[in-house]
Design a protein. Structure first.
Lengths: 152, 95, 152, 95
């Protein structure tokens, strides 16, 4: 399991190659990349800044991955999350899950992403023409995380 | 022994961290405070900080505020002990 | 929409970059990579050969993507599928879906992959120590494709 | 006109393709055949090919065999017309 918080950008191919290295049991690789959009809640976004809680961020994501491993056949998982100042079209977060089969890889990848949105201590601040504003948590993210309680 | 125990409790110190909107509104990201005798959990600590009035009351009364103890999510009745790192912050918005 | 059948390998980062280019409404990129495993049905696999039905393959995948677009908010989608001789750890197939939001991206990506496994005319032949053998279709793949009928 | 129509039907030709295990077992990947008068759909064509006996009977009697007409999946009662490209193949195993 790998969890990295960094200001630098990441390369999806290189991260997948690193996670797969040496394991020929892997048949499925599910990935997710979150990207900065140029509009949020109707306003053009010029840039955003991501703040986090060092230490707790890593611990909470490791805990999320451990939960996914307990529910699905996961060979390995990687989360890279950027902090600092990002602009539209920049990559924000990468989740990669390797598994023997695609159903497990998809489910674990989406589960990790949904829980990361509601549990990992990151906060976004956007710069728009109206000034800076902290992004409010979305009820839809709580719903997305909550639905995993019904399964498994 | 009993004397040492009392001594330790009297001098109990905790670190309190504030993040994001809360950090900006309060004008501070962290403070080290002596744990008051009547503060044994998150609800007590929050009430103690709200009693400072002003922005402290305004911000920490918000129902959405989350708390963590030693980097794990905590609820109102989670116990606080000497040396703990307690954090208050708005709902998370990463990813 | 892009559908490519090729013998050459693919680069996930480059394919994602190509699909995202110029669209700042994209907030979510879900990807899936299928990989050759070194064991199938208990036997070590030395290599495999993928045969397809030129023309019908492309049409059927375009149809699968069109169905996904009708069900979810998909900005764009890409499928690259390799043919010819592949060895363990080689990449076989790539599905990438871009969307405004992650729920749509994940669902459409998994839907495309599940339907591709049961509808797109590709056939795998494995070389093992016991000789060559055509891979049998899996009932689990039919189940995976069938469950999408219950939703939406 | 009627004469041309009869002429066209009498000379109706189709291409039949075979893939994967089926192609190997039959020893051919494609053939062009004159559409027999009693063949108007996939079930008829399959029966016509099975009547060749030998591997044709063995392979095309298998229930799992799939068919396509002009590169779209077809069922037993799908109609076949002059100039069509018909394909028979095992269940797909890509991805």
């Amino acid at each position: 399991m790998t969890v990295r918080i960094q200001t630098a950008d990441f390369d999806v191919s290189a991260e997948i190659a690193g996670l797969r290295r040496g394991n020929a049991k892997i048949g499925a690789v599910a990935s997710f990349v979150g990207v900065v959009r140029d509009v949020n809640d109707g306003d053009p976004v010029a840039e955003m800044t991501l703040e986090h809680y060092p230490g707790m961020t890593e611990h909470s994501i490791e805990e999320i991955i451990a939960q996914a491993r307990g529910r699905w056949q996961v060979i390995d998982a990687l989360v890279v999350h950027r902090i600092g100042t990002l602009r539209p079209a920049d990559q924000i977060v990468l989740v990669v899950v390797t598994s023997g089969h695609r159903g497990d890889a998809f489910a674990a990848c989406e589960f990790i992403m949904d829980y990361l949105k509601t549990r990992a201590p990151f906060w976004k601040k956007e710069s728009t023409a109206k000034g800076e504003r902290w992004v409010d948590a979305r009820a839809s993210d709580d719903v997305a995380a909550e639905r995993w309680r019904l399964k498994g | 022994m009993a004397r040492d125990g009392v001594e330790r409790i009297i001098n109990a110190m905790i670190t309190v961290l504030y993040f994001a909107r809360l950090r900006e509104a309060l004008g501070t990201g962290s403070e080290t405070i002596k744990l008051p005798a009547d503060v044994s959990n998150i609800d007590n600590l929050r009430a103690h900080l709200i009693a400072r009035g002003g922005v402290w009351a305004d911000e920490l009364q918000k129902t959405a505020i989350r708390a963590a103890i030693n980097q794990s999510m905590a609820s109102g009745d989670s116990a606080i002990a000497d040396g703990d790192e307690v954090a208050f912050f708005p709902p998370v918005t990463g990813g």
